[in-house]
Write a protein that binds this ligand. Sequence first.
Ligand SMILES: Nc1ncnc2c1ncn2[C@@H]1O[C@H](COP(=O)(O)OP(=O)(O)OP(=O)(O)O)[C@@H](O)[C@H]1O
Ligand SMILES: [Mg+2]
Length: 413
Amino acid sequence: MGEVVRRIGLSLGADLCWPLCFEHIVRKLDLRVPVGGDTLRFEVERVTIEPFDLQQPCRYDVVVDRLTHWYHTSREWIKKSILMNDLYVFNNPWSVQSNEKHSTYCAMMQLGMPIPGTWMIPPKSYEPNPDLKPTLARYAKLFDVSKIGDQLGWPLFMKPYDGGGWRAVTKVDHAEAAWKAYEESGKAVMHVQAAVKDYDRFVRCIGFGPQTHCVLYEPSAPLHDRYTMKPEAEFLSGADREHLRKVTLTINSFFGWEFNSCESLHKGGVWHPIDFANPCPDSQVTSLHLHFPWLVKAYVRWTLFCAAYKRKMRKNLDWAPFYEVAARDLSYEGKLDAYAAIADERFETARFDEFCAKNLSHLDEVAWEFFGTGEAKEAVRLKVAALFPPEEVERFTELFWSRIGEWRRRERA
Ligand SMILES: Nc1ncnc2c1ncn2[C@@H]1O[C@H](COP(=O)(O)OP(=O)(O)OP(=O)(O)O)[C@@H](O)[C@H]1O
Ligand SMILES: [Mg+2]
């Protein structure tokens, strides 16, 4: 019985803005949370990169991981700490490592989601390998990529099966363009996917634990305008909102991704998910601007919740309950309800809501105040300075800062 410190580690790469805001807000919250007779305090530290003994203890209760997808020393330190020290991490590093966009398409098709028709094709070229020639000579069948296009319907998208960050994504309108895109795809293993033509809305739904936030997305706009500022009520009905919440939480709980974003295109009354393997989603003020304070608050709530209750890490993914629902004789909406119920149980939605109501009732006020301070503006400026040419830093800092100001106005409206 006494004061107990819960330590939160931030495992970071190029991120600048959200960690600064997160650290300030957690400090300003100045929490004392009573749990099991103890009073919990919270400390935030940045995880350093250094040699480690596989048997050494881990000083953190929770690690927020932004490195696993590309920095493997940190990923393996995280895995060791989960396996040996009962560390809690989001996202599940084994799942991030092994579940590419391709697996997410397959699994969610099987769960009944209306994903556009998608094929995988063998790559155009290969790393040298002594077995390559006999393997291809014996087993690789010649194919005509334009025939796949005829079957799927034009236009289509050619994109890497493990895509992210819009790398090598090509819209293809006809056979000749399909061949060209394939010629240029090099060693990448590609998907060929039917386009959702003439959609009326493109929404990105960010999921963070049980929290979700929908943004109308404009893919043809410059990067800083892709997340639009349109208020949610102007592009989503309550039913659409709930539908996208369920889709996102289904995907995230299935893959052990507590933080992920799901892109869906709406056409003819149907939401088609097209890209939902983003388990280290964009967290930068330079793309999120107006939505950035929501994201920082979501980081704060879910991290503190996981740390306070020493939430148990789900080390294995358990897919069977989802497949059991998929096999039932239910409509898609009926299945989604059942998947979302599994998700709400896995994300402990009710307990999370209660934790926030009891302990974080001042978060809105603290964040609103903070996002009007010089420290917050400095966090924005630092990120802008890291990404923009020097002559644009002032202009874009002011632009993003004014959008955060707009968020503050809307919160008080
Ligand atoms: N089936 C599709 N129908 C319509 N548009 C599509 C389709 N697939 C991809 N696109 C367009 O191409 C863009 C990039 O595709 P996708 O999101 O799958 O790739 P990505 O590399 O994961 O991109 P990012 O990481 O930037 O979200 C989408 O934002 C969308 O505008
Ligand atoms: Mg995408």
